[in-house]
Design a protein around this ligand. Structure first.
Ligand code: HEM
Length: 230
C-alpha cells in the first residue's frame, strides 16, 4: 500500500528518531549488563557497594526508562492510533506504568545517591521525575473518567517528558558538534551544563502548554466508551 505525504513524513521522523536513539539504548543495555554483574560499582559510579536500594532503583530506572522512550513515539502515530484502538490502549497502559516506574525509581535514587552534577542537577532531575510521574498519573485518571480533552492534554505533556532523556542527549550532541563543548565541563559545572539541567524538559513543557491553549477547542467531549473503560 502506498503511503500518503504525511505517512512518508512520519516514517522519516521515526527513522531519524530510532537511529539517533540507538546509541543511547546500546549504552543503557550495557549499563543493565553491568548492573547484573558481580561488582557493578567497579565499572560505573552509578552503582555503589553498600547501596542495594539505590542500585535496584537505578536498574529499574534504566530498564523502564529505555522501554518508555523507545515505545512512546508509536503512541502518537495517527495511523496506528485510529486504526487499532486496542493496540493504543495496550501500549498506553504499559507506557503509564513505565513512566510511573521510571520517575519513581529516579526520585528514590536521587536522595540516596545524588547526581554527578551536584545539588542543582539533583533538584532539576527530581523535578523532572516528579513531572513525569504526575503526567502519567493524570493521564491515567483522565482515561478512567473518560475526559477526552484531559486525555489529549496530559498525553502531550507525557510524550514530551518521556522524550526528555533523548532530548538531553540530542542537545549535548548538537552542542558539541557546533561548539566543541564550549561551557561544558566533565563535572557538569559549565554554564551550558547548568542550563541543560532544565533545558531538556522545561521549554518543551511551556511550548506544549501554548499549543494546548491554542488547540483546546478541537479536543473537547468524552472519550469513546472502549477507551474510557480502560
Ligand atoms: C524517560 C526516560 C529515561 C531514560 C531512558 C533514562 C535513562 C537513564 C540512563 C541510561 C542513565 C545512566 C546515565 C549514565 O550513563 O550516566 C540514567 C541516569 C539517571 N537518570 Fe534517567 N532516564 C530517564 C528518565 C529520568 C527521569 C524522569 C529522572 C528523574 C527522576 C531521571 C533521573 C536520573 C538520574 C538522577 C540519573 C543518574 C545521573 C548521574 O548522576 O549520572 N531519569 N537515566
Amino acid at each position: 500500500m502506498w503511503l500518503s505525504k504525511s505517512g512518508i513524513v512520519t516514517v522519516v521522523i521515526l527513522t531519524v528518531f530510532y537511529l539517533t536513539l540507538l546509541p543511547f539504548l546500546a549504552h543503557a543495555f550495557e549499563l543493565i549488563t553491568v548492573g547484573l554483574s558481580a561488582f557493578p560499582w567497579r565499572q560505573t559510579y552509578l552503582f555503589a557497594a553498600d547501596q542495594s536500594v539505590g542500585n535496584a532503583a537505578m536498574m529499574l530506572h534504566i530498564t523502564a526508562g529505555s522501554v518508555l522512550v523507545a515505545l512512546v513515539p508509536l503512541q502518537m502515530v495517527g495511523r496506528i492510533r485510529l486504526r487499532n484502538i486496542s493496540f493504543h490502549r495496550g501500549i498506553g497502559s504499559l507506557l503509564v506504568v513505565l513512566a510511573l516506574t521510571t520517575g519513581l525509581a529516579g526520585m528514590v535514587y536521587i536522595p540516596l545517591r545524588g547526581t554527578i552534577g551536584g545539588p542543582l542537577m539533583s533538584a532539576a532531575f527530581f523535578i523532572y521525575g516528579f513531572c513525569l510521574f504526575t503526567a502519567a498519573l493524570m493521564l491515567a485518571r483522565m482515561v478512567f473518567i473518560g475526559n477526552r480533552q484531559g486525555h489529549w492534554e496530559w498525553a502531550l505533556r507525557l510524550f514530551w517528558l518521556a522524550l526528555g532523556s533523548w532530548l538531553y542527549r540530542v542537545h549535548y550532541t548538537l552542542w558539541y558538534l557546533l561548539t566543541g563543548g564550549l561551557w561544558s565541563e566533565p563535572d557538569f559545572s559549565g554554564s551550558f551544563d547548568l542550563i541543560q539541567n532544565f533545558a531538556f524538559y522545561l521549554p518543551y513543557l511551556v511550548a506544549v502548554q501554548f499549543w494546548i491553549v491554542a488547540h483546546r477547542d478541537a479536543h473537547q467531549g468524552t472519550l469513546p466508551k472502549r477507551l474510557g473503560a480502560w
